[in-house]
Design a protein around this ligand. Structure first.
Ligand code: MF3
Ligand code: CO
Ligand code: CO
Length: 322
């Protein structure tokens, strides 16, 4: 992969010709009356619009102005990563406790205890009125399942989605687990969903776009006879739960915001075995497939680096692809 400077010290720290070529998408997105991305403080039409080649872009400032995206500094990235390690440890503990008869409340307690033991906070608890510490989404539940008395049974699949806050920084990841011995349908939806996230990860590099990510997921899922949920998207995060950009799990190649180093966001495809439509249960949270067929999800928090990406909640998806 090509390299670009990670953190320009000031507006006049220029990107190379090659890098400005890489960001040519962004120049197409600039409105005539918007501030010029080069950081001059003048309107685009009075500045670089007139120039033949766009050699300069102060993209840290530009991403904030145009997209409300905060590119993260190395110190912040370390914080998110540390939180991410705890999230992954939480998912591992959940994996080891899953068994027939375990209730989703027991998973909730485990996830909560791990947070307390490490001085972390469970982000879902009281988030917009969400009543529990973790989301547990079983079978036809797409996401935002609320832990309760439900006891896991043979052939269930369950997505456990953990978001912790550690020292003010968020990390967010989820896995879909089998309970007992998986049905053929369960194996298929889990495999397709995990592989769709792997396909998305291949797109995570500077110069590619948000649209490339969605395209990779949609392309993989639909070629394999499954469908992509539209109503929920991946998201930036850092010192809050959901920040720009939105990361749809469907899209077109080359469209949308160009990925640049320092961007931190989740990719969290929700893939359905049947049709993509959903409804929300009376609890106001639980999203369920309208056709009641299975749905699966995998999520990680990613950092765009100079030469590709790094997962800040790393775990191996290969075992889920089978
Ligand atoms: N963890 C979910 C996500 O991936 C958000 C859950 S919001 C909650 O974005 F309120 F349901 F917890
Ligand atoms: Co998320
Ligand atoms: Co999540």
């Amino acid at each position: 992969m090509r390299r670009i400077n990670l953190y320009p010290k000031k507006a006049c720290d220029l990107l190379s010709r090659e890098n400005s070529e890489m960001l040519k998408n962004e120049w197409k997105n600039v409105g005539r009356n918007e501030l010029c991305p080069c950081g001059s403080g003048r309107k685009y039409k009075k500045c670089c619009l007139k120039k033949e080649s766009h050699a300069e872009i102060d993209y840290k400032r530009y991403y904030k102005q145009k997209y409300e995206i905060d590119l993260k500094a190395p110190k912040e990235i370390e914080k998110i990563k540390e939180c991410g390690r705890l999230v992954v440890a939480g998912l591992d503990r959940v994996a080891s406790m899953l068994a027939l008869g375990v209730t989703t409340n027991e998973i909730n307690e485990m996830v909560h205890e791990i947070a307390e033991a490490h001085g972390a906070v469970c982000a879902p608890l009281n988030y917009r009125g969400f009543p529990k510490s973790v989301c547990t989404s079983v079978n036809e539940v797409i996401c935002h399942g609320i832990p309760g008395e439900y006891a896991l049974k043979d052939e269930d699949i369950i997505n456990v989605d953990i978001t912790y806050i550690l020292d003010g920084y968020y990390a967010d990841a989820s896995k879909t687990f089998f309970v007992g011995s998986p049905s053929p349908e369960a194996k298929r939806i889990v495999s397709v969903t995990a592989a769709s996230l792997l396909a998305a990860m291949e797109m995570l590099a500077p110069g590619n776009t948000i649209g490339d990510i969605g395209w990779a997921i949609q392309n993989y899922a639909e070629r394999n006879g499954c469908s992509v949920v539209r109503e929920f998207v991946g998201h930036g995060l850092g010192t809050s739960f959901h920040e720009p950009p939105q990361v749809p799990h469907f899209g077109r190649k080359g469209q949308g915001i160009t990925l640049v180093p320092g961007m931190v966001f989740t990719v969290e495809p929700m893939i359905n075995l049947g049709r993509p439509e959903l409804f929300i249960a009376d609890d106001g949270w639980t999203a369920i497939t309208r056709d009641r067929k299975l749905s699966a999800q995998f999520e990680q928090t990613f950092l765009i680096t100079e030469d590709g990406y790094e997962s800040l909640t790393p775990y191996d998806l290969a075992p889920f692809v089978g």
